[in-house]
Ligand binder design. Sequence first.
Ligand code: PLP
Length: 427
Amino acid sequence: MDSLQKLIDLDRRHVWHPYAAMPNPLPVFPVRSAKGVRIELEDGRSLIDGISSWWTCIHGYNHPQLNTAAHAQIEQMSHVMFGGLTHRPGVQLASKLIEITPAELQHVFFSDSGSVAVEVAMKMAVQYWQSKGQTEKNRFLTIRNGYHGDTFAAMSACDPINGMHHLFSGMLMPQYFADAPQVRFGEDWQEADIASFASLLKENSDHIASAIFEPVVQNAGGVRFYHPEYVRRASELCKQYDVLLILDEIATGFGRTGKLFACEYADISPDIMCLGKALSGGFISLAATLTTTHISQTFSEGEAGVFMHGPTFMGNPLACAVALANLELLESYDWSMKIKKIEAQLRLELASCQALSAVKDVRVLGAIAAVELHDPVNMSIVQPQFVERGVWLRPFGRLLYTMPPYIIQPEELSAITSAIYEVAAKL
Ligand SMILES: *Cc1c(COP(=O)(O)O)cnc(C)c1O
């Protein structure tokens, strides 16, 4: 690979990027390395990362403790199959996850990505009712504006309109979609907000295996922060109508919203919880689906007698070892205080965006901030404008947003908020 231009040309012609056309007309920026909050481009420029590589890299890149854990594990083995074998990193990580999540969650199913963790959760819910002889309970209740991944079961629970998944509607399981919550986080709760969810449950609970949604923050579906009482009421209603509850904490987990898990705002425990993204600190792909003893035991009473899922790379020891180190790192400092400081700074510095004519709304929760515009952004114009300002952000739809690494310093965060203001001001 000689010149940088050749690399970019080959990339454009042959390599698919997320949600991209082929050949890819949008700019891509070759990266040489990354360390801390900085991404170093091949052309020598250095960018402050404002979205933690899609919300994963909470402790920054190239973290010495994660690297040490990875090196140590590679010396032992980077992979062995999980069928019939087990290993310390897998068992230790599972124990750690059980310790830090709600007490009812006692059993961990590892997989390689968030979408698969969601598939596993949905299959668990269906197989649970099957094992109890209630095969007609095989559909899902979700809420609009959600995002749960790009595989088929996960897609069926994504927002039917803004997810673009209506393109595949003929192949997707039809699910029940409650109105998206309108009462925002921090506003006064209004019982009317849960009415649509409640009536869908009431009318269709005979056909619903489980509800599934992202607690408190709908991320990829629009970075919307909603009232925890919605989550608490939904959980109550699920119990009342004998429907399971899956919480997708793939984006909200591990402190991002200000609580370790967003369900803590509602003080509830789901029947099934999906984790991913920040689980390995952005080091390597890993996800997990947790469930209760009640659900796990039910599988053994059914026809299969076992839970019918088992990915080839399940419980990959390298990923588990790094994830364990990442969670130990998270426990080693006052992350909650750090998130509070990031939140306060984001509120203070982004408030001025509200006055801009292109801006519809500014909102902040934990280490998440969104500046919502009136019109969709043109990525091929906006992305280079951020790069010119030395920051890495990846707007989508009508949103300029940031979810920085927790280790970000105040002056680095200011560089991000100024860039957002300047770019929004030019629109
Ligand atoms: C990112 C995300 C997923 C999908 O995870 P992948 O690792 O991209 O498959 C599912 N649910 C939520 C809430 C997410 O943010």
